[in-house]
Design a protein. Structure first.
Ligand code: PGA
Length: 269
């Protein structure tokens, strides 16, 4: 287990690596996970409104709509600087897997990203860390960037087991991807913060992101924070070393709040 000074050395190296000398500004990743929300009409409305807003050169925006609306994104965002992706991806290439969607199909719809292992998939669909790692590998095989979600439950946090849980989730990905872990994005989403309006303290976020970065062991992988992130708390969260951006649920469903988050982070360079 790494000690605190070793972790802060790695966080420093990581932050420097993501903002190399000569690069004027810090790059944020701001991603919206719509989960099973929105209709086609609401999706069109969101895009109408959101596309009116300003774009910021220091923000990479990614939206994860439900599968059926990806075609609307493909149609509308082809020439916009907004990326999109799927909330899940099969680890199989093709075949008799009813209900599954392959990485190749997602590429056909111009997706660039796929969420792998969101805690709701782990919880309601029994996805194991090994399965999540296989999904990340399948995504990379077709040049989709996996956004790999990890996080502990409230009980695991209370029992002081969160480091053990997070490191096991990361180890499974490392075992499957090896050096290719460099091509991924991680999202730290404490399960107890998702949709609850409760967020960890800034010290907890700093300590946990530092620990995650040290476990990944590669300075290039962005680590997003997710769990009740919104326009009221992103500025403070963005000051925490080791936070590269946000995976946003509820606050990403309204163009106004998602736009406001962009405005706030657009100023943080
Ligand atoms: P929330 O969801 O922002 O609504 O808490 C985040 C997520 O589950 O990705």
């Amino acid at each position: 287990m790494l000690d605190k000074s070793e972790i802060s050395r790695m966080v420093r190296a990581y932050v420097e690596n993501l903002s190399p000398e000569g690069c004027q500004e810090k790059q944020w990743i701001v991603a919206a996970n719509w989960k099973m929300n929105m209709t086609a009409a609401e999706t069109e409305h969101f895009l109408d409104e959101f596309l009116k807003g300003k774009r910021y050169s220091n923000i990479r925006t990614i939206i994860f709509p439900p599968f059926p609306y990806l075609y609307l994104f493909a149609k509308r965002l082809r020439y916009e600087k907004i990326a999109f992706g799927a909330q899940d991806v099969s680890f199989q290439d093709k075949g008799a897997y009813t209900g599954e969607v392959s990485g190749t199909m997602l590429r056909d719809l111009c997706c660039s990203y796929a969420i792998c292992g969101h805690s709701e998939r782990r919880r309601y669909h029994g996805e194991s860390s090994e399965e999540v790692a296989k999904k990340a590998k399948a995504a990379l095989k077709v040049q989709l960037t996996p956004v790999i979600c990890i996080g502990e439950t409230q009980d695991e946090r209370n029992q002081g087991r969160y480091r053990e849980v997070l490191s096991a989730q990361i180890e499974a990905v490392k075992a499957a991807l090896g050096k290719d872990i460099e091509k991924t994005i991680f999202a730290y989403e404490p399960v107890w913060a998702i949709g609850t309006g409760v967020i960890p303290t800034m010290e907890q976020v700093a300590e946990t992101h530092g620990f995650i970065i040290s476990c990944i062991g590669c300075g290039k992988v962005p680590v997003l924070y997710g769990g009740s992130a919104n326009e009221k708390n992103v500025t403070e969260l963005s000051r925490v070393p080791g936070v590269s951006g946000f995976l946003i649920g509820g606050a990403g469903l309204k163009a106004e709040s998602f736009g406001k988050i962009h405005e706030l982070l657009g100023e943080v360079r």
